[in-house]
Design a protein around this ligand. Structure first.
Ligand code: AFP
Length: 330
């Protein structure tokens, strides 16, 4: 849930109000400027010849779209020029990229989350996470391996009917709407909070037969609705872009999960810890929600490598904790 505001507070004004350092502000401006360019590339679509496959696979073994590559290059170029950026790690890059040795921040990002939606002109987004860099050396992968709780800022830009930035600098969650005519991001929602109870959930139901029995039980009870043990009806939504599903939860509540499943038993989950789960987890906790793997809180995980995957259960506190409890862990 969020409060719509009728002000013209800009991103810059907001960051100054929050007493964000000059360096952090400049990193956020580099990111949001690149997202303005991504917005334009997405809006032109087929007219700019940017749709379709790039003809390559990323490090995750997924087919890259042309727009995955374009978005990645735009963000990489913009951050690479910023003197405050020590290094960056992208879902689309096999290795971290070292930038300025004396830069204060490390940035991880998913340049275009939900990119399978590009072909159907549906919602996609850019997700980012900002960590502090330490010492005085060129960035290494080890520098990035910090638990999500140490993020200094995280957010996403959702390219929907309007383009919106959701942001937390560790003091709640706010949302801005992009004015595409001049690149300004203006505050349009503040005090974003996720109610503790929910009546909506998001999961890819087609994977049901592969889930852990505890997840089977939790979802089966939601589907039984008013006649089942929960005694009320639940609605279901699935956009197939985490960024859009989490945006809905920040706007009107609910639970989102991409759980562990038995198709790849050795792979912890589908979603990436450092590009998806941690930044979204930071926002959801800042909005009063819970963010778990089923075994523990995601923001407490000590990452082992930058492309690590995790199961994710996030959103309304009481629903997440019930689901985790069914797994024997709450
Ligand atoms: P892509 O960015 O590779 O399209 O993946 C999106 C995503 O990682 C996440 O944003 C969605 O929640 C999830 O995949 C959708 O997965 P399904 O293909 O199972 O619907």
């Amino acid at each position: 849930m969020s409060q719509a505001v009728g002000t013209t507070l800009s991103l810059k004004d907001y960051l100054q109000q929050q007493q964000a350092s000059e360096q952090l502000q400049s990193v956020l401006f580099s990111l949001t400027e690149a997202c303005h360019s991504i917005h334009h590339a997405l809006t032109k679509g087929a007219l700019a010849g940017v749709l379709g496959a790039a003809g390559a696979e990323n490090v995750q073994g997924e087919d890259q779209k042309k727009l995955d590559v374009i978005a990645n290059d735009l963000i990489k170029d913009s951050l690479g020029k910023n003197p405050s950026v020590r290094g960056l790690a992208s879902e689309e890059e096999p290795e971290i990229v070292a930038c300025q040795t004396d830069g204060q921040y490390l940035v991880t990002f998913d340049p275009l989350d939900g990119s399978s939606n590009i072909d159907i002109n549906s919602m996609v987004g850019t997700i980012f996470s900002i960590l502090e860099s330490r010492g005085e050396h060129a960035a290494t992968e080890q520098d990035f391996l910090q638990p999500g709780r140490q993020q200094v800022a995280a957010g996403y830009v959702l390219y929907g009917p309007s383009t919106m930035l959701a942001l937390s600098v560790g003091n709640g969650v706010v949302m801005f709407t992009l004015d595409p005519s001049n690149g300004d991001y203006l505050l349009t929602n503040n005090a974003v909070t996720i109610p503790e109870d929910a009546k909506e959930f998001a999961i890819n139901m087609s994977n049901q037969r592969f889930w852990h029995p505890a997840m089977q039980r939790y979802i089966a009870e939601l589907l039984e609705g008013a006649e089942g043990p929960r005694g009320k009806d639940f609605n279901m939504r699935w956009v197939a872009a985490m960024v859009a599903d989490v945006h809905r939860i920040l706007c009107r509540g609910g639970l989102f999960t991409y759980p562990w499943d038995s198709r790849k038993p050795d792979q912890a989950g589908k979603l990436r810890l450092m590009y998806e789960a941690n930044p979204m987890g930071f926002l959801v906790e800042q909005a009063g929600g819970e963010v778990w793997t089923a075994a523990g809180k995601i923001l407490d995980i000590q990452p082992e490598h930058i492309h690590q995957r995790v199961p994710v259960i996030l959103g309304a506190k009481n629903e997440v904790l019930r689901c985790v409890e069914y797994h024997g862990n709450a």
